[in-house]
Write a protein that binds this ligand. Structure first.
Ligand SMILES: Cc1cc2nc3c(=O)[nH]c(=O)nc-3n(C[C@H](O)[C@H](O)[C@H](O)COP(=O)(O)O)c2cc1C
Length: 205
C-alpha cells in the first residue's frame, strides 16, 4: 500500500488544510502501519508552470534532441506522474484560492495530466488510465459554498478537482471540507472540528 500526502497551502503552520491532511495521514498510518508514505510539499517543491522546456518533449522531439533543461523538466514530470500512478491513496490539502486552487497545486496537476499515462483519447472519447485509487481532498475555504445558490458559479475548487480526477479515471473521490474559516474564530473552530469528525470515515480504506 502506498500513500501520497500532498500539501499546497503557502501558510505553513497557520494552515488549516495542512493541519487536516496531517490528521488524515496520521489516521491512515495507524490503520496501515506497513504503508509507504510519500510526502509532497508543493510550496517547498513546486514544479514550474508549463513552458517550452517542460512541454518540449511532447512536441514530437526525440529524447536525444532534448536540451539539458528540457531533460531535467521531463524528469520532474516523470517523477511526479509515476509517484501519482503508484499511489493507492492520495491525500491532498486544497485551499480555495480565488475560487480555484493555489497555483502550486495547479502546476502539479499540469504535470500529472499526461496523455498515454493518466488518460487517453479514444474513438469513444476520453478514457482515464489512473483508476483504482482513492483521492481524499481536504478542502478549506474562507467563505461558504456547499449547497449555496452561488456554488455552481463560484466553486472552481472542489468541482474542478472532482472533474479532474474523474477524467483521470478515479471514481473514489472523497471530500473533507472545512469552510467559513474566515467568518470568525468560533465558526473556524467549529468547521475544523466538523472536518476532523468527517475525516474519520473518509480515511477508512
Ligand atoms: C490568496 C487567497 C485567496 C483566497 N481566496 C478565497 C476564495 O476565493 N474563497 C474563499 O472562500 N476563501 C478564499 N481564501 C481563504 C482561504 O481559502 C482560507 O483561508 C483557507 O483556510 C486557506 O487554507 P489554509 O488554511 O490551508 O491555507 C483565500 C485566501 C488567500 C490567502
Amino acid at each position: 500500500m502506498k500513500f501520497l500526502h500532498i500539501d499546497s497551502s503557502p501558510l505553513g503552520s497557520n494552515s488549516v488544510s495542512r493541519q487536516l491532511t496531517a490528521h488524515a495521514v496520521g489516521a491512515l498510518k495507524t490503520a496501515h502501519p506497513e504503508a509507504q508514505i510519500d510526502y509532497l510539499d508543493l510550496v517547498e517543491h513546486a514544479p514550474s508552470h508549463l513552458n517550452l522546456n517542460s512541454l518540449g518533449f511532447r512536441l514530437g522531439t526525440t529524447a536525444a534532441d532534448l536540451t539539458p533543461v528540457q531533460r531535467e523538466e521531463n524528469d520532474i514530470s516523470e517523477r511526479l506522474v509515476q509517484q501519482f500512478i503508484d499511489a493507492n491513496v492520495v491525500v491532498i490539502g486544497a485551499p480555495m484560492y480565488n475560487f480555484s486552487v493555489p497555483t502550486q497545486l495547479k502546476a502539479w496537476m499540469d504535470r500529472i495530466a499526461q496523455a498515454g499515462r493518466t488518460f487517453q483519447y479514444t474513438a469513444e472519447g476520453p478514457k482515464g488510465l489512473a483508476g483504482g485509487k482513492t483521492v481524499i481532498v481536504v478542502s478549506t475555504r474562507g467563505g461558504f459554498y456547499f449547497g449555496k445558490p452561488h456554488e455552481p458559479m463560484m466553486d472552481h475548487q472542489e468541482a474542478y478537482l472532482k472533474g479532474f480526477f474523474g477524467f483521470l479515471g478515479i471514481t473514489d473521490i472523497r471530500i473533507v471540507r472545512a469552510e467559513g474559516l474566515g467568518t470568525g474564530e468560533s465558526a473556524k473552530a467549529e468547521a475544523i472540528t466538523n472536518a476532523e469528525t468527517s475525516l474519520a470515515s473518509a480515511v477508512t480504506i
